[in-house]
Structures are given as structure tokens and as C-alpha cells.
Design a protein around this ligand. Structure first.
Ligand SMILES: C[S@@+](CC[C@H](N)C(=O)[O-])C[C@H]1O[C@@H](n2cnc3c(N)ncnc32)[C@H](O)[C@@H]1O
Length: 264
């Protein structure tokens, strides 16, 4: 009997503290994410691993502020950048204009919307944006939209919090389902994905303890008063950068899955 990986993924999403994020949630993060961008090392690591053979058009799903969409537009004939957050797309449009890029079309849509107006492309890509509970439907949708191949970059391990923060909190969290579900679901769909691992270090500056607490809440939900006290203490011990903000550094591993959409 086939293991129901899609069902297990859904159940694990439901139990995890991360929760479903709406476009309004992401709107609120657009400015702070944009300040961190361009995420040069991550972007370069992804692009250097992609096979562009036969690729003239790309769909970037959950494109955010354009970390990948902008450099991709310099490389291929046309990029379609899709995201459900109007704020993220506003930042992307500003970068596009600044860079004088004309071969990029923006689509304000979610994974769940109809993509009828989005043309099929040679390569479909989703970087750090598989924020769905129906993973099988999302993988099917992106595969159908790509004539040649797909890439999905998603997290390894179930927490977006560093082990030092988890240790301070002193609680165990229900992990998010990670990349291995996508590998297994693709296998069940008859698609053999390659997996490559990218090591990154995120440097996240916070101007206030509240901003630091909010970033932890985004990942695990509400905090207990005792946890707030511990995290404020941790914030005061973080190194200070020239502009006075305190910096939290976190090593992170991403899995980059690639699959051909047409059999060899
Ligand atoms: C972590 S950012 C990644 C941005 C970019 N792909 C990168 O790797 O730098 C996640 C992006 O996915 C978008 N997103 C999350 N859930 C989505 C959904 N259900 N439909 C469309 N976009 C979504 C968010 O608005 C956000 O811009």
C-alpha cells in the first residue's frame, strides 16, 4: 500500500506552530525582507546550480521582492513573477524599474488561484515559497506549467529558529514538514527529483527587542511571559553593528530539488 505522504504533510502542517500565512502577513514583512535583499550568496548558489539548457522563459512562484526574478530576467528572454503579496510585488516593481528591466511580467496570484492568465514556461521555480498545505497540488501545478524542468528550494529540518533560540525558550516545538515530503510526493507522481543542499548564513538585524520577539512569533506563534523575558535577555547579548542594530546570525540548510517535466 502506498504511503500517503501528501496526507502526512498536511497533518504535520496542521500540528506545527508555524501556521498558515496570508498575503497580509507577508505584506507586513515585505519592507524588512527587502532591506536584507539582495540575498547575493543564496541567489548565486541557486542560479549556479540551475540547468538553463533550452530555457527562454521562467515562472518564479512566490517571487517576493525579486531576489531571483531580477537576475533571471537578465539571463533569459522573459520572466513571469508570481506572488500573492501586493507589497512584495511593489518592491519588485521598484527594483525592476531601477534595473531598467522590461522582460518581466508580474502576476498577483496565490498558489490556490487559477493561473489561467499565466503562460506555460520552459522552467518553473519556487524558492522558499512552498507555503501550502496541499503540497501535491502545488507540485502538480508547477510541473504542468513547465515545458522542460522545475526547481523547488525548501527547508531542511523543521524549524526556522536557530538551536540557540530554541534552547533559550526551553520548549520543544512541533516541526514543520521539510523537503523530504516533496521528494517522496514527486516520486509518487513518477518524477525523480535530484536534491542538492545549500548552506547559508542569515544575518538578521533587529533595531529593538520587540522586533526580535516578533520574528520569533512569526515562526512559532505566541510566546509565554517567561519566554519573552528570556528572549529579551538574549537580544541584549547579541552583537551590535555600526548602525546600533543587534544582529542575530543563523546557519541554515536549504534543499534544492530539480526535476525534468518531460521524460528523457
Ligand atoms: C520567503 S519569501 C521568498 C521570496 C523569494 N522567492 C526568495 O527566495 O527570496 C516567500 C514569498 O512567497 C510568497 N507566498 C507565500 N505563500 C504564498 C502563496 N500561497 N501564494 C503565492 N505567494 C505566496 C510570499 O508573499 C513571499 O513573497
Amino acid at each position: 500500500m502506498a504511503v500517503d505522504f501528501a496526507g502526512m504533510y498536511r497533518e504535520q502542517c496542521r500540528r506545527s506552530g508555524y501556521g498558515q500565512k496570508s498575503s497580509r502577513h507577508w505584506d507586513q514583512r515585505a519592507a524588512s525582507r527587502d532591506k536584507r535583499a539582495p540575498d547575493g550568496i543564496y541567489t548565486e548558489a541557486c542560479l549556479s546550480r540551475m540547468d538553463f539548457t533550452g530555457v527562454q522563459t521562467v515562472l518564479d512562484i512566490g517571487c517576493g521582492t525579486g531576489n531571483l526574478a531580477i537576475p533571471l530576467a537578465r539571463r533569459v528572454r522573459h520572466v513571469h513573477a508570481l506572488d500573492f503579496s501586493p507589497e512584495m510585488l511593489a518592491h519588485l516593481q521598484a527594483h525592476r524599474r531601477q534595473a531598467g528591466i522590461k522582460n518581466l511580467t508580474v502576476h498577483q496570484l496565490s498558489w490556490a488561484d487559477s493561473w489561467r492568465g499565466v503562460p506555460r514556461v520552459d522552467l518553473a521555480l519556487c524558492s522558499r515559497a512552498l507555503g501550502v498545505t496541499d503540497l501535491r497540488a502545488a507540485l502538480t501545478k508547477m510541473t504542468r506549467h513547465a515545458r522542460r524542468r522545475c526547481y523547488a528550494i525548501t527547508h531542511v529540518g523543521g524549524s526556522f529558529l536557530g538551536p540557540d533560540i530554541l534552547a533559550r525558550l526551553g520548549r520543544s516545538i512541533v516541526p514543520r514538514p521539510d523537503y523530504i515530503y516533496a521528494v517522496n510526493i514527486l516520486y509518487q507522481m513518477g518524477l525523480r527529483a535530484t536534491v542538492d543542499f545549500l548552506q547559508t548564513t542569515a544575518r538578521m538585524p533587529y533595531a529593538t527587542p520587540e522586533a526580535f520577539l516578533d520574528s520569533v512569533r512569526w515562526r512559532i506563534g505566541d510566546l509565554q511571559p517567561r519566554e519573552i523575558t528570556r528572549l529579551k535577555q538574549m537580544y541584549r547579548q547579541l552583537p551590535v553593528q555600526a548602525d546600533g542594530q543587534r544582529v542575530y546570525q543563523h546557519h541554515f540548510t536549504w534543499a534544492m530539488l530539480g526535476w525534468e517535466t518531460t521524460p528523457a
